[in-house]
Design a protein around this ligand. Structure first.
Ligand SMILES: [Fe+2]
Length: 206
């Protein structure tokens, strides 16, 4: 069984999904249901396949299933949901035996999935070996993330470079899939939605 399947079947995870559903019962705008999480998982995987990524399906699906789970703490405790999702994700990832590098990759993507909440700065020529500082969005929805420059004395290992590459890819797919998953073109609440017209999906893209 893929590890993400164990998370879906976890009682605590299912309880959180149910609570979010209750809190969003009267919500006019997009909700954060298991269906949304599965939509994001599948779109991320489509993007990864189309673009020849070597990211593992298990990592992609796990990220999608946990990316908004922190909504429950946002409604209960006022914690921004991407931060809460990171903390909750760590618990599930440890429980189901994810490796430390996998946890770092997944939680980095989750923590950065709300572009507007991330303050970034970029140096695309610098190897990505530090915590991300900023994200830049292009018109096509692609994002570029970058880390703090490291000193000339630091020589990042091949493993570290690979981990940073996967972090970047995973965060990119999560951000894009999260947006692509929303059916703005038939949404009755789109006039009151805070998304800019440019950000809204005018058609079914994926
Ligand atoms: Fe989402």
């Amino acid at each position: 069984m893929q590890r993400y399947q164990e998370i879906i079947c976890d009682k605590q995870y299912q309880d959180m999904i149910e609570k979010i559903k209750e809190y969003e019962n009267d919500r006019e705008f997009c909700c954060h249901t298991l269906e949304h999480f599965c939509d994001v998982a599948r779109i991320m995987y489509i993007l990864a396949l189309e673009e020849g990524s070597s990211l593992d399906q298990d990592i992609i699906y796990t990220t999608a299933l946990l990316h908004d789970i922190g909504r429950v703490w946002e409604y209960e405790k006022g914690i921004p949901h991407e931060q809460a999702s990171v903390e909750i994700a760590k618990e599930f990832l440890s429980k189901y035996g994810y490796e430390d590098d996998e946890i770092r990759i997944i939680t980095t993507a989750i923590g950065a999935h709300r572009k507007e909440e991330v303050t970034v700065q970029v140096d695309l020529h610098t190897p990505l070996c530090r915590p991300y500082e900023r994200i830049k969005q292009e018109g096509n929805g692609a994002i570029y993330m970058r880390s703090l420059p490291h000193s000339v004395t630091e020589q990042p290992s091949a493993e570290l470079l690979q981990e940073e590459k996967e972090k970047n890819e995973l965060a990119n797919y999560l951000y894009r899939a999260d947006k692509l998953s929303r059916n703005c073109f038939v949404c009755k609440a789109k006039n009151g939605c805070k998304w800019s017209e440019e950000k809204k999906n005018a058609t079914l893209i994926l």
